[in-house]
Design a binder for this molecule. Structure first.
Ligand code: GRF
Length: 227
């Protein structure tokens, strides 16, 4: 009997290029999984258009009396899709504690900075203002505190003289997609787990986040092993 494919729910508020990278990798056979729903707080989000109508769920968060009320509807819709993994890919709304706890250990987020630097918004402008020589992206487990969960893997890009936030964002986006796919491959193949504040890969704790190398592989800076 063939194993059922890992089920992936994606939360997105915007254009959805990370979602598209996941869909393309699945279509190309380089990621074993199935996108079982795309969920948005923005009914007009371009990300929703990337999947067939039955897979789309959206509700205008503004129409709800509270964050908890919106999150409760979102959580029910996500749970109904029976996901193994929930991927926040450009989901620009803070997830409340109840949502996070319900799906804890299987919700991951991609964030455009080298966490713990620059949680929250405007990460590219903040890296430029600080005069950083390097910037990048992180994929981490989601916990109730914003962008504060344990980091699974990171990808680094150089900051160039004359960079604008837009140029830097474009460079970071170029590494976000392979970074996300590499982490999703770990996740959907059952090799990734969150234990308290520790990330485990193949049952071993990670002491520093994995790094994406130029061939699109994850390496462990502490052990040198390739994941
Ligand atoms: C990405 O930079 C992601 O890291 C951030 O929001 C952006 C979303 O891009 N959280 P897209 O919607 O996947 O194209």
């Amino acid at each position: 009997m063939p194993q059922p494919l890992p089920r992936i729910a994606v939360l997105a508020s915007g254009r959805g290029s990370n979602l598209q990278a996941v869909l393309d990798a699945i279509a190309a056979g380089s990621l074993a999984g199935e996108v079982v729903g795309v969920f948005s707080d923005k009914p007009g989000a371009a990300a929703l258009q990337r999947v067939a109508p039955p897979l789309r769920w959206s509700a205008a968060a503004k129409a709800y009396p509270s964050r908890e009320a919106f999150d409760a509807d979102l959580a029910e819709a996500v749970a109904a899709a029976r996901p193994d993994w929930i991927l926040c890919a450009g989901y620009l709304r803070i997830l409340g504690d109840a949502f996070v706890e319900r799906f804890r250990g299987r919700t991951i987020n991609i964030h455009p900075s080298l966490l713990p630097k620059y949680r929250g918004l405007h990460t590219h402008a903040r890296a430029l203002e600080a005069g950083d020589g390097e910037h990048g992206a992180s994929v981490h487990f989601v916990i109730p505190e914003l962008d504060a969960g344990t980091v699974i893997a990171q990808a680094v890009v150089p900051v160039h003289t004359g960079d604008t936030p837009e140029l830097l964002a474009e460079r970071v986006l170029g590494v976000e997609h392979p970074l996300l796919l590499a982490v999703m491959r770990l996740a959907t193949s059952g090799r990734l787990a969150e234990h308290g504040a520790t990330v485990q890969v193949d049952g071993h704790p990670l002491f520093t986040p994995l790094r994406l190398d130029c061939a699109g592989r994850l390496t462990d800076p502490a052990g040198g092993a390739t994941a």
